[in-house]
Design a protein around this ligand. Structure first.
Ligand SMILES: Cc1ncc(COP(=O)(O)O)c(C=O)c1O
Length: 429
C-alpha cells in the first residue's frame, strides 16, 4: 500500500504531466500497459519524451530533465553523438538493408574481438537473444542441459531471477545459486557436476540493484565451473562499459563466452555473444571448416546496416578503451559524491554500484545480495524517485542512475544538489 506521502507525490506528478497522461491513456487502447517495455512502468504512468539533446530529455509537457538514466545503460553516448549519427546517416543513404554481406559486419566483429579479448563473435538483435544463443552454444558443446543462474540476476525478459525463476521464463532446467555466496555456489556446482552445461552470471547484478560481485567469488565460481566441464557465460550486456575490457576483466575472472548489448549499438538494437574459438566455431558453416555438425543461427537483422555501422563508430571512435577507463573512474567519483550527499542526512538511504552504473537504495546499508535489495522501503524509494523528478533529474523508478559521456560537470553538480534537496524535503515532511 502506498503511504500518504507517496499518494501525494503521485498526485503531484499527475498534475504536472497532463500531456504524458493523455498519451498514456490513448496508448493503452492498443498497447497493453501503454508501452512494450515492462521496465518503464511506474505508478501513476510513465513520462512521454519528445526530444533529447546531449544529456537532457524534454517531456511532452515541456519539462527539461538531466537524463541520469541513460536508457538503462544503452544511452551511454547521450542524445547527440554526431560521430554515430553521421556514420549511420551516411550508411543508410547508401543502402538500408541488404540480404547479403556488407563490410561493417566484419569490421565490428574485429573491433569487438580486439577490444574484449574474444576469439570469435556473433551478432544478435538484443541482449536477451545473445544470452539465449550463448546458452545454446554451451548446451550443444557439453551435451548437457542444466544451467546455473544467480538469485537477483537478469539476462532478459524470459531469463529473469529477481525472486527466484519467473514463471514466464524460457523453459530451461535452471538451478539458482545465491549471489556473492562462494561456499553455497561451489557446493551447488559440485552437486551438479555431471549435468551442468553452463553457469550464467553478471559481474554486477544490474537490474537487481547494482550489486557488484566480490572478485574472489567470481574467480572461484569460474574455476569450479570449469573443473566440472561447464561453460562460463559472462553476461556483460550492461557492464562491458567498465574498464578497457569489461567488468569481469577488472575482477580478474575470464569467461568462456561473454554476452553484450546496449550501448555498443549506439542506440540501435544490439546483442552479441563471443569468446573461445572451439565454442563459437560450432557455428562455422564455411566449406573450409567442413564440420559434420553445425549449429544454425539465423536472424534477418543480425547484421543490419544501422547497428553494424553504429557499433563501429562506438567502439572504434567514441568509446575507445582509454575513454572507457576514464569513464569508469569518473563514475566511481560521482558515486562517492552521491554517498557524501546521503551521509549529510539521517535517512535510511544508501548507494551501490561500480564505475558509471549506480543505484540509490531506500536501505540503511549498501546491499551485497539481492535479498538485501528486497529489504528496501518501497515508499521511501518512490519518494526518492519523485523527488528527483520534481527537481529535474530523470532516474529509474527502482533507483538506477547511469553516468553517460555527455554529462557535464555542471549537470552532475545539479543532480547532486537535487538529491540533497530531495533528502532534505523527505526528512522534513
Ligand atoms: C545484464 C543484462 N542481460 C541481458 C539483458 C537483456 O538485454 P535486451 O534488453 O537487449 O534484450 C539486460 C537488459 O537490461 C541486462 O541488463
Amino acid at each position: 500500500m502506498p503511504s500518504d506521502k507517496v499518494t501525494k507525490a503521485r498526485s503531484n506528478f499527475s498534475d504536472r504531466n497532463p500531456a504524458s497522461r493523455k498519451y498514456y491513456d490513448e496508448a493503452r487502447k492498443f498497447l497493453p500497459g501503454g508501452h512494450t517495455r515492462t521496465v518503464l512502468t511506474h505508478a501513476p504512468f510513465p513520462l512521454v519524451f519528445i526530444s533529447g539533446a546531449g544529456a537532457t530529455l524534454t517531456d511532452a509537457d515541456g519539462h527539461l530533465y538531466i537524463d541520469l538514466l541513460g536508457d538503462y545503460t544503452a544511452g551511454l553516448l547521450g542524445h547527440s553523438e554526431r560521430r554515430v549519427i553521421d556514420a549511420v546517416t551516411t550508411a543508410l543513404n547508401t543502402n538500408v538493408s541488404v540480404g547479403g554481406i556488407h563490410p561493417a559486419e566484419a569490421r565490428l566483429g574485429r573491433l569487438m574481438c580486439e577490444r574484449f579479448g574474444l576469439d570469435r563473435v556473433r551478432f544478435t538483435n538484443s541482449g536477451t537473444e545473445a544470452n539465449l544463443m550463448a546458452i545454446t552454444t554451451a548446451m550443444q558443446a557439453t551435451g548437457r542441459k542444466r544451467l546455473m543462474v544467480f538469485h537477483g540476476g537478469y539476462h532478459g525478459g524470459i531469463l529473469y531471477f529477481a525472486t527466484g525463476a519467473a514463471p514466464s521464463n524460457a523453459p530451461y532446467d535452471f538451478i539458482i545459486a545465491p549471489y556473492n555466496d562462494t561456499a553455497k555456489a561451489l557446493t551447488m556446482i559440485n552437486d551438479n557436476a555431471t549435468s551442468l552445461a553452463a553457469i550464467i552470471i553478471e559481474p554486477m547484478l544490474g537490474s537487481g540493484g547494482c550489486v557488484p560481485a566480490d572478485a574472489n567469488f567470481a574467480q572461484e565460481v569460474f574455476s569450479a565451473a570449469r573443473r566440472v566441464g561447464a561453460v562460463v557465460i559472462a553476461d556483460e550486456v550492461m557492464t562491458s562499459r567498465h574498464g578497457p575490457r569489461g567488468m569481469f576483466n577488472l575482477l580478474g575472472a575470464q569467461a568462456d563466452i561473454t554476452t553484450f548489448g546496449k550501448y555498443i549499438g549506439g542506440g540501435f538494437s544490439f546483442g552479441a555473444f563471443g569468446g573461445r574459438a572451439d565454442l563459437l566455431d560450432q557455428y562455422d558453416t564455411s566449406p573450409e571448416a567442413n564440420r559434420d555438425k553445425v549449429i544454425s543461427h539465423a536472424g534477418t537483422f543480425n547484421n543490419n546496416i544501422a547497428t553494424m555501422t553504429a557499433g563501429c563508430a562506438v567502439l572504434g571512435e567514441v568509446f575507445t578503451a582509454d575513454v572507457a577507463i576514464a569513464h569508469t573512474a569518473r563514475g566511481d567519483d560521482f558515486r562517492k559524491s552521491v554517498a557524501a550527499v546521503i551521509a549529510r542526512h539521517k535517512l535510511p538511504v544508501s548507494v551501490s554500484g561500480f564505475g558509471s552504473m549506480i543505484s540509490l537504495h531506500a536501505l540503511a546499508f549498501a546491499p551485497n545480495t539481492s535479498e538485501d535489495v528486497a529489504k528496501r522501503d518501497n515508499n521511501l524509494q518512490e519518494l526518492l524517485f519523485f523527488g528527483l523528478l520534481e527537481r529535474g533529474v530523470y532516474t529509474a523508478a527502482r533507483g538506477m542512475m547511469n553516468l553517460g559521456l555527455a554529462h557535464t560537470d555542471d549537470q552532475l553538480a545539479q543532480a547532486l544538489d537535487a538529491l540533497d534537496d530531495t533528502l532534505t524535503a523527505i526528512s522534513s515532511k
